[in-house]
Design a protein around this ligand. Structure first.
Ligand code: ATP
Length: 250
C-alpha cells in the first residue's frame, strides 16, 4: 500500500537525480510545492524543465532521491503509480487528443476507463469542464475541426475531468499561433485563480507575473534560483535570470 501523510505538501522532491544513460539530466533537485501553489519553471533549452515535471507522474523514472505527490511516495518499492497518476493532470505542448474521438469522447474516456465512472456521470463532468474552458459548443466536433487554441483547451478540460489535485503544464502554448496563446493562458489563469496547484514550464512571463507564487529557474539540470516573480523582475541578484527572461519574453 502507498502510505499518504495527512496535511502533506502537493509535491516534495528530495535530492532527486535523473540520468539518461551517462547524461546527468537532473542534479540534486529539492523542491516542495504547497497545495494551491502556482509554480512557473523556466530556463534555457535542455536545462531539465520538462524532465523535472515528467518525473512527477512517473513519465520519467528517477535513479536517486525521493518524490512525494500529495503525500504518496512515487519512488520506492511500495508505490502505487496508478493512484498517483490519477491525481496528476498533464498538458503537453502537442495536444495529444485522440483524433478519432469527438471532443466529448476525449474528455470522457479516462474517467470511464480508469475511474470506471458511468457514462451519464462522465458526460456531465465532461460538459462541465468544456464549459469551464469556454468551448461547450465544440463538444461534438473532432479535434481536427478545431483551432490549436481550442484543442489545447480540450486537453486542459480532459485533464480536469479526472479531478486531479495537481496540474502539470509542459510548454502548453509554444505550439500555438500567437493569436491563440492568450485564450489558453486565460484558461490557465482561471484555473490558478480557482486554487489549482500548478507547475508550469513556460516562458510566458505575463502569465508568470500574474499568477506564479514562485518562479524556478533551471540551468544544466539544477534549480539555480527560486523566487517570487517580483523578486525575479526587480531584485539585483537575479540579473542573470532577468536577462535570460528578457531575451525570450515577448
Ligand atoms: N529520452 C531522453 N533520452 C536522452 N536524453 C534526453 C531524453 N530526454 C531529455 N534528454 C536530455 O535531457 C536534457 C534535459 O531535457 P529537457 O527536455 O528536460 O529540457 P528542457 O529544459 O525542457 O528543454 P526545452 O526547453 O528545449 O524543452 C537535454 O539535454 C535532453 O537532450
Amino acid at each position: 500500500m502507498t502510505e499518504r501523510t495527512s496535511g502533506a505538501a502537493a509535491v516534495r522532491m528530495e535530492k532527486v537525480g535523473k540520468w539518461f544513460g551517462d547524461f546527468h539530466a537532473l542534479k540534486g533537485i529539492d523542491l516542495e510545492v504547497a497545495n494551491g501553489e502556482r509554480i512557473v519553471i523556466c530556463g534555457p533549452s535542455g536545462s531539465g524543465k520538462s524532465t523535472l515535471i515528467r518525473t512527477l507522474n512517473q513519465l520519467e523514472p528517477v535513479q536517486e532521491g525521493r518524490i512525494f505527490v500529495d503525500g504518496m511516495e512515487l519512488t520506492g518499492g511500495d508505490r502505487n503509480v496508478d493512484a498517483i497518476r490519477r491525481e496528476v493532470g498533464m498538458v503537453f505542448q502537442s495536444f495529444n487528443l485522440f483524433p478519432h474521438m469527438t471532443v466529448l469522447e476525449n474528455c470522457m474516456i479516462a474517467p470511464r476507463k480508469v475511474k470506471k465512472i458511468d457514462k451519464a456521470e462522465a458526460e456531465k463532468t465532461a460538459r462541465h469542464f468544456l464549459e469551464r474552458v469556454r468551448i461547450p459548443e465544440q463538444a461534438d466536433k473532432y479535434p481536427a475541426q478545431l483551432s490549436g487554441g481550442q484543442q489545447q483547451r480540450v486537453a486542459i478540460a480532459r485533464a480536469l475531468c479526472m479531478n486531479p489535485k495537481l496540474m502539470l503544464f509542459d510548454e502548453p502554448t509554444s505550439a500555438l499561433d500567437p493569436e491563440m496563446v492568450k485564450e489558453v493562458l486565460d484558461t490557465m489563469i482561471d484555473l490558478a485563480q480557482e486554487g489549482m496547484t500548478m507547475l508550469c514550464v513556460t516562458h510566458e512571463m505575463s502569465f508568470a507575473r500574474s499568477v506564479a507564487d514562485r518562479i524556478i529557474f533551471m540551468d544544466r539540470g539544477e534549480i539555480v534560483e527560486v523566487a517570487p516573480p517580483d523578486r525575479f523582475f526587480d531584485a539585483p541578484e537575479h540579473e542573470r535570470t532577468r536577462n535570460f527572461l528578457g531575451q525570450i519574453s515577448h
